[in-house]
Design a protein around this ligand. Structure first.
Ligand SMILES: [Zn+2]
Length: 407
């Protein structure tokens, strides 16, 4: 039992043409006109494959292939929105591999005990509407529907108005549903599979994440007449914090990764000493205990940097998600499937958030990774060789079949 590699490649080409950039990437922001075109194509393909298609209040699309018995479905899902000048693999590859699994089952006229359902989640990236994974968050009961509807893009346009405009404000309630298993195939977005020559990653869970926000208040003054000895430069303190954040990862070691990704300097002009700086701190580790160690180290690094420069600060640790382990039964099914394909595989952990994270709160979930060339993603250079994709899709097929059961 195998997927059809040429048919999958053809679907990737057709879907990848919608919102294609000149340099081979993709810009298909959530609920944009191109997102609508992509969704319309997916819905057409789902109907042609005989799926019963429904759309919920968050624009999530479900296509069900009925099972022989009235049982909860095996869900295969991901997203079709992208970041600006992103790649053709993040998200839509999982959806297209899910579709190919359905087509392969149809071709064999194979009947399963549990239904097999393809799911497409709205606005996974968070590039247009925040937070990311907003629609699976509503589905899991973690984000109120009203809050999601009122999320606004940078032009002030509300998510609910865009859902309506593109025709994807569906009637089905977006509430927790029972499922037999949730499977998500996704690109790794890191270097480990490629480095070790593996085609498939059997994902054990998603790392714990902590986000903090720091505001430094110094004294804004003229860059000329103000001697160095009386300065309180918020950016100098910030630079110290950036180096301190890197040092925390070095000291704790292991899998901990720490990043200052956003820094806003005020007034941000050539001839003024920066009076105020805000910056973000993102720290991730598979172990919650490592983050429990890292956070007080961050507190200390900030305090010391601010004392040295004589600036005041406010530090908020405002978001924390624990290590999300995937269900052993699902991880086991994926591992057996990977072995059966004959591909080189390894166990791996996800450093990025995915819809699977929210789905894991509702029921048994698991993920399949395929390699990212040079570990790169969220860029036009994003690439996964077709050989690896084929192994990944076959792993998805066999795992779905295992969990859905042959009728
Ligand atoms: Zn993604």
């Amino acid at each position: 039992m195998r997927i059809d590699r040429a048919r999958l490649a053809q679907a990737m080409d057709e879907m990848g043409a919608i919102g294609a950039t000149e340099r081979g990437g993709l810009t298909r922001l959530a609920l944009s006109d191109d997102d609508k075109r992509g969704r319309d194509l997916m819905v057409r393909w789902m109907r042609e494959a005989g799926l019963r298609v429904s759309v919920d209040q968050m624009g999530n699309i479900f296509g069900e292939r009925p099972g022989a018995e009235p049982l909860p479905a095996v869900l295969m899902g991901s997203h079709v929105d992208s970041v600006p000048t992103g790649g053709r693999y993040d998200g839509q590859l999982g959806v297209l591999c899910g579709l190919e699994v359905i087509r392969a089952l149809n071709e064999r006229q194979l009947s399963t005990r549990h239904p097999v359902t393809l799911a497409i989640f709205t606005n996974e990236e968070g590039a247009r509407f925040q937070p990311a994974m907003i629609a699976s968050g509503v589905l899991a009961g973690r984000i109120p529907l009203e809050d999601a509807y009122n999320a606004r893009d940078k032009d002030g346009i509300r998510l609910v108005d865009e859902l309506e405009r593109i025709g994807y404000l569906g009637p089905e309630p977006c509430v927790p549903r029972a499922f037999r298993a949730y499977l998500e195939l996704h690109i790794e977005q890191g270097p480990f599979l490629e480095e070790e020559g593996c085609s498939v990653g059997v994902v054990e869970g998603i790392v714990a994440i902590s986000w903090s926000r720091l505001t430094l208040e110094g004294v804004q003054d003229h860059a000329g007449p103000t001697p160095m000895r009386i300065r309180h430069d918020a950016l100098v303190a910030a630079a110290d914090v950036v180096a301190g954040v890197r040092r925390i990862a070095r000291e704790i070691g292991g899998d901990l990764v720490t990043t200052v990704g956003n820094l806003v300097v005020h007034p941000n002009i050539v001839n003024a000493i920066p009076g105020r700086v805000t910056l973000s701190i993102d720290m991730r580790d598979p172990s919650d205990a490592a983050l429990d160690r890292a956070l007080p180290m961050l507190d200390r690094a900030v305090r010391e940097a601010c004392e040295r420069e004589g600036v005041r600060f406010t530090l908020e640790h405002y978001w924390r998600v624990p290590w999300t382990p995937f269900a052993p039964a699902v991880v086991g099914a994926i591992e057996r499937a990977a072995k059966a394909t004959g591909a080189r595989w390894r166990r791996i952990r996800s450093g990025a958030g995915h819809d699977a994270q929210y789905m894991a709160a509702l029921g048994p979930a698991g993920m399949i990774f395929v390699p990212s060339r040079d570990g790169r993603s969220h860029c036009e250079e994003e690439f996964t060789p077709l050989d690896d994709i084929e192994h990944g899709a076959n792993t998805l097929l066999l795992a779905a079949l295992d969990l859905a059961g042959r009728a």
